[in-house]
Design a protein around this ligand. Structure first.
Ligand SMILES: [Zn+2]
Length: 318
């Protein structure tokens, strides 16, 4: 069962539910394979809409109780995915949901969009130096699709990647740690177009999403890494369904509160943006090319993990 106890994967997301939509199969697969999977969620998603009518009172304009409720949904999703280590940046409720771009919530003091970058990154540096992940997963510089909290999650994750490796930064947070590989979540355009066409034909929702509704869509050539989640499709669907205030799952499709169908795709796609790619194009493993001290199955022996620099020094085989 624990084939890869030395593998440590850190994911940084904006709201509860983003992790299951974007990386549900990846998280379940690595957790099942014995890797340590750590999720850091930056806000409680207090500003979200609510799908079930009986829970509509939770929204920010009524009881403003959605945040704590979504902590419970996230805990449920992570039980399904087999992930024990999930945390909120700076602690529960430290940063508030900023709402969609351009709404008044963007200016509320305490919202994530208004956070001081180095202070927020400092909270993440503490996690990085404690967990010492070899792989970090987050969004691209547009947050995948322009949501302020997603853009900020990207900035905080990339800033923490730099600062965690800098021994001069906050030595009180532990010894410096260099994350070997950083990936951004991606959705290849051709895969999405096929999925949306299928959704238009078969999904039990009143409409279908546009490509611009889906985060991380890029031309296929930008995708470096493909994670086969076929064996974890059921877990991904169940983890998504655990976020019932946000997501309706129906077979191979799902919809957010806008009721627009999207394909539920178990294969998950990534773009390597820091570190060296492992062998094979595309990669099929986020840890490809890394020595993670896990014995059989990793042919390379590279460096020590003790101090500030863990660098994959090999020339990538071509
Ligand atoms: Zn989100």
């Amino acid at each position: 069962m624990t084939a890869n106890p030395g593998r440590r994967l850190l994911l940084v997301h904006a709201h509860p539910d983003d992790e299951s939509i974007g990386n549900g199969a990846t998280m379940a697969r690595y957790a099942a394979e014995g890797a340590r999977v750590t999720l850091v969620t930056c806000t409680l998603g207090e500003g979200g809409e609510v799908i079930p009518p009986e829970l509509a009172r939770l929204t920010a304009d009524q009881e403003d109780a959605l945040g704590p409720y979504r902590i419970g949904e996230l805990a449920h999703a992570m039980r399904v995915a087999g992930v024990a280590d999930f945390r909120f940046l700076g602690g529960e409720g430290r940063y508030r949901d900023s709402g969609m771009m351009g709404v008044p919530d963007n200016d509320v003091p305490g919202c994530f969009w208004r956070a001081d970058l180095d202070e927020a990154a400092g909270h993440l540096v503490a996690v990085v130096r404690e967990v010492r992940p070899q792989v970090l997963v987050t969004y691209d510089e547009n947050g995948g699709y322009g949501h302020p909290d997603h853009i900020q999650a990207h900035r905080v994750a990339m800033r923490a990647y730099d600062l965690a490796a800098d021994p001069e930064f906050r030595p009180d947070l532990g010894p410096a740690w260099r994350i070997a590989k950083v990936y951004w979540n991606r959705m290849p355009r051709s895969v999405l177009e096929r999925g949306l066409a299928e959704a238009a034909a078969k999904a039990p929702f009143p409409g279908v999403a546009q490509p611009s509704d889906v985060p991380g869509v890029v031309d296929d050539e930008l995708v470096t890494t493909v994670l086969d989640g076929a064996g974890y499709a059921g877990r991904k669907a169940s983890a998504m369904a655990a976020h019932a205030t946000q997501i309706t799952v129906a077979g191979e499709f799902f919809a957010l509160s806008n009721d627009l169908a999207q394909p539920l795709i178990a294969t998950e796609y990534y773009q390597l943006v820091r570190g060296e790619a492992g062998p094979g194009r595309p990669e099929t493993d986020l840890f490809a090319g890394l020595d993670t001290e896990d014995g059989p199955g990793t042919p390379r022996s590279v460096t020590a993990h003790a101090t500030t620099t863990v660098t994959v020094t090999e020339e990538t085989a071509r």
